[in-house]
Design a protein around this ligand. Sequence first.
Ligand code: ARG
Length: 256
Amino acid sequence: MSSIYKLPTALVLFLLTIVGPGVQGAEVPRIIGGQFASPGQFPYQVSLQLKGRHHCGGSLISDTVIVTAAHCTMGQNPSQMKAVVGTNDLGAGNGQAFGISQLIIHPQYNPQSQDFDMSLIRLSTPVQLGGAIQTIQLADADANYAADTLATISGFGAINQNLQLPNRLKFAQVQLWGRDFCNAQNIPGLTDRMVCAGHPSGQVSSCQGDSGGPLTVDGKLFGVVSWGFGCGAKGRPAMYTYVGALRSWIKQTANV
Ligand code: ARG
């Protein structure tokens, strides 16, 4: 990695985000190291679909509002997107698809640095909450946890090197990495709107297609899958948009 650090940080981050797995070569990406979810286990999980194909994850925070990553909605036309809820198997046809009326990207989102990587999505009609469709509570403003606190990630993202999408929802436990490790010195490009989490083995991680989806702690939405160095490289965390830093923007914008 030493030579790559000589490139401008913004370029490096861009490459890391779009290249994803492969940057680290031999590491094997998959919501890496997780398990398949059972029906209804993640009732707030959304599959954001673009022209009928899974594109990103998201979390239902009210019957009309979804939280996702800004990089998932940037430049997209809401008429070509749908939000699928209520299923842990995109191939089973038991999900409910909702049209999208508005994409609200955080005004300070920076596509180069991925700072403020958050977007709110307004559905054209409200979902009927109940059963396998539920909202998740947001973490409090500035919520903080000790290093090594366990967090849960879930997503329909890639499970292997070929970035094959599994159709079935997976989940895994990762640990929050402390700010004393996850600082801008150790993790170039980390900002105060990001938290980092991972697994020391590198065998457990979010990956392409998990973006926008949830990282929860204590049953609350604490992070949004944002970017990483490949998918699950030893000693390297993945970065999640820090909900605590953007809590008041969500409240102001969506009144949730
Ligand atoms: N940015 C990617 C996406 O759009 C993946 C984010 C997670 N990447 C990672 N290596 N943890 O799905």
